[in-house]
Design a protein around this ligand. Sequence first.
Ligand SMILES: Cc1cc2nc3c(=O)[nH]c(=O)nc-3n(C[C@H](O)[C@H](O)[C@H](O)COP(=O)(O)OP(=O)(O)OC[C@H]3O[C@@H](n4cnc5c(N)ncnc54)[C@H](O)[C@@H]3O)c2cc1C
Length: 424
Amino acid sequence: MSDIVAKLKGIVGDEYVVTADMSQYLRGKEQPAAVVFPGSTEDVAGIVKAAYDAGIKVNVGGKVVETKGLKGGIAVVMSRMNQIEEVDPENLTCWVQAGMNHQEFVEKIYAENLYFPPEPYAVSTGSIGGCFGIGDVDTKSFNYLPTRTFILAYESVLPTGEIYKIGTKCIKCVSGYDMIHFIVGTRATLGIVTRILVKLLPKPKTCRAVIADMPSLNAAATAFKAIQKRKIFPTRMNALCKAMGSEVMESKGALALIDLEGFSVSTAQYATEIEAELKIAGATSTKIVEDKAEYDELWAKWLKVREKINLEENKVKFTVGAAKVGTALNSLAGIVGNLEENPGVLVEGLNGKITVFTKNAEVDAVAINKMAMGLGGNVSGLLGSQLRCQAYNDNEMLEELSRVLNSIRSQFDPKGIMAPGIKF
Ligand SMILES: Cc1cc2nc3c(=O)[nH]c(=O)nc-3n(C[C@H](O)[C@H](O)[C@H](O)COP(=O)(O)OP(=O)(O)OC[C@H]3O[C@@H](n4cnc5c(N)ncnc54)[C@H](O)[C@@H]3O)c2cc1C
C-alpha cells in the first residue's frame, strides 16, 4: 500500500495526499488508503492510471467521498479544481472545473449578468461535478429543464486513466449516440469529470415571489391547478406543510411559495394573477415580495428546508406530474395519515413531486409507489440503490436493465475500479 501512496505523492505532491485524520473528507465506514487532491486533469489521469495498473478502487467527490467498497482504495476530492476557466457571454457558455462550489459558481455567473438555473438541495456545499454526477432534477427543472440540459461538453478521465474530451460550444454537435448527456447521473462509474462546458442563460430581468398562508396543502394544490389553467408557469411553485412552512415564515396553515423570474411587465402582471388565484383557493393572507434582499432570503430559507427533509432518512419522494398533485395528496393522507399534522410534507407543484416524512419509510414507500404508479408516476429511484428499486419496480425489467448497465460499465471500466459502492 505504501507503493501507491508514494506514487500519488509523486503525482500531486506530498501536501495533497492525506493518509491520517481523513474523516472530514469521507462519508461511510470503510477507510481508503489515502485521500488525494488533484489540481489538474493530468493529475487525475496520473492517479487513475496508477490505480488501474495496481487494480485499486477509486471514488470521487466534490468535498467528501462516499467510501462504500473503498477499503484500501483512493478517495479523490476535487475541491482544488475550483476555477472558472472561460466565460463566453456571446455563446452563453462557460468552462468550469468540476470541483468548483455550486453556490460560488452561480454567484460569479450572476455577477456577469448570466444565469445557471440548476439548484440541487446541497447548493451551498455541492460541486458542479457532483451536480452533473448525480444529474439533479430540482424545483426549477419544469421551466428550465433538468441539469442534463446544461452540459455541452466535458473533459474526463476514463477508468483506464486515459483523458477523454467530448462536445463543443455548438448546440448541434451530436452525431450518433448522445455520449455527452449520457455522462449525467453516472455517479463516477464511467470515470472522473474534470472540466465541464456548461450552457448558461441570460440573467432574468426581474424576480418576484408570491407567498400565501393556505388553509391546507390541498387548497394550495387547487390554486396551483388554477394557475396552470391560466397558462401561467412560474419558475417555482411549491407548498410546505404547517410545520415546515413555519421554518420559512410565520404561518397559520400550509405555506404556498411561488417564484417568478422574467421580464418586468409580465412578471408583475403574473404575480397579481397568481395572488388572486391563491385568494380564491382560500388564502388567509398573501404577499407579493418585490424587494430583492427579502426575495433572496425567502428562497435561501426554502433551500434550507428542502435540504433538511432530503437529509431525513424516514422520507419517501414520489412524482405524479403537475396535474395530479391534488389527487396524490388525498391518496397520500390515506397512507401516512393527516398531512396537515405531518412534520414534513413538501410539494413541488410544477414537477408534481411530493416529499413526505413517514415513520416507516420502507413499508409506506411500497404503498406510495403503487398509488403513484396508478397516477402515472413513481417513487424516485437512484442509480446504484438496487434494493430500493427492486422493492418498487418490476423485477424482470430491473434485471434486464442491470445487465445492460453492467455491460456498458465494463466496457469503460474493464477492471471494475471506479465507484465501488455503486452496484446495479
Ligand atoms: C444519492 C444522492 C442523490 C441526490 N439526488 C438529488 C436530487 O435528485 N436533487 C437534488 O437537488 N439534489 C440531489 N442530491 C444532492 C446533490 O447531489 C448535491 O446537492 C450536489 O449536487 C452534489 O454535489 P457534491 O459535490 O456534494 O457531490 P458528491 O456528493 O461529492 O457527488 C455526488 C455524486 O457524483 C459523483 N461525482 C462527484 N464529482 C464527480 C466528478 N467530478 N466526476 C464524476 N462523478 C462525480 C460522486 O461520486 C457521487 O456519486 C443527491 C445527493 C446524493 C448523495
